[in-house]
Design a binder for this molecule. Sequence first.
Ligand code: FES
Length: 377
Amino acid sequence: MSKPSFLQNKEKLLPTEASLERAKGLGKRQYVRFAFYKIDPIWRRLDRQVQTDHKKELNKIITSFNRRMLLRPYSTIGTRADTEILFWQIADSPLVFQEFGAAIIKTKMGAYLELKYSYFSQTKRSIYELPPSFGDSEEPEERLVIDPSEAKYLFVYPFIKTREWYQLSLAARQGMINEHIIVGRKYPSVKLNTTYSYGLDDYEFIVAFETDEPSDFLDLVQELRETTVSMYTKQDIPVFTCINMRLDQALDALGGPITAEIIKAGETKEIWMDVCPLDELGPGQTKVVYLEGKQIGVFNIAGQIYALNNRCSHARGPLTEGEIDEKEACVVCPWHYTKFDLKTGKAIDGLVKTPVDIYEVKIQNNLISIGYEKTYE
Ligand code: FES
């Protein structure tokens, strides 16, 4: 007896890219959101003490999300007329974005903040290969993880290709992408973060470029206009030039009295963050938190707590998902098996020698906190 037709069809189904990633333990794509707000000018005419109280409340609410997602504030005052502040958000689940948006609305200052643009996307491995002769060490998995730098500027725009692009053969598209990549690599000071938006939002990609040199970005974009692939661009506006700032400074830029702590260039400060009560992280358990734009893995190994950058120094593999060697207090990266010492962050075996940053841990009143010394520029 022949199989029912729905079963025959099922056998012909190819595994999806997402299912292949999951099978290789690479299933954790990240969700990304760019939320641009503008303050109602009426807020600037409120009593100054009220403005101060509003900013402090909003700062506290936003900071409370640091444990759950990677959050970067940027100011667009002076570069755009229609937005004033950006919150770049990166998380493992989109649900936290909803909670974040709702929490902002519920603050007193939220009553005056208008969400002007919101872009929602996800990381994904590119279907295109890097040109083989390129000598580039980027691993395809690296695209799954956003690891923002400390660059002063971020350039963000949504992107849509023409439908004709998708009718070209993969080889033809690869050829044009190679040309595009070669131009991009002429500008090493510009770091690209490409995220995918198909079906999640109105666009196909949201691209975010980080650099300290806006003129390099301008030259790069101008040169890219001359590439063949540029003929297949349907939309690549609006473009946002965003300035990386501390949260208190970005809020002060909106108006009202200064609330930001004055920190001189070169000054060093201790930054601490509470993680969780000790009894919520039992022996053998791990936890991921975010501190100052970095994802930190917190490990309880036989009662000893360790904290280190959760992103492997090879291609950003998630260390908290790696195998733990309790005896040696080491973790093995789940992607390509580099082994890291949890005490020192040193890479002691595997593909790379570059260590990962470690963080100080303190436990007071049953509460785990992690911290480090930050030097301000
Ligand atoms: S990402 Fe390659 S060894 Fe960790």
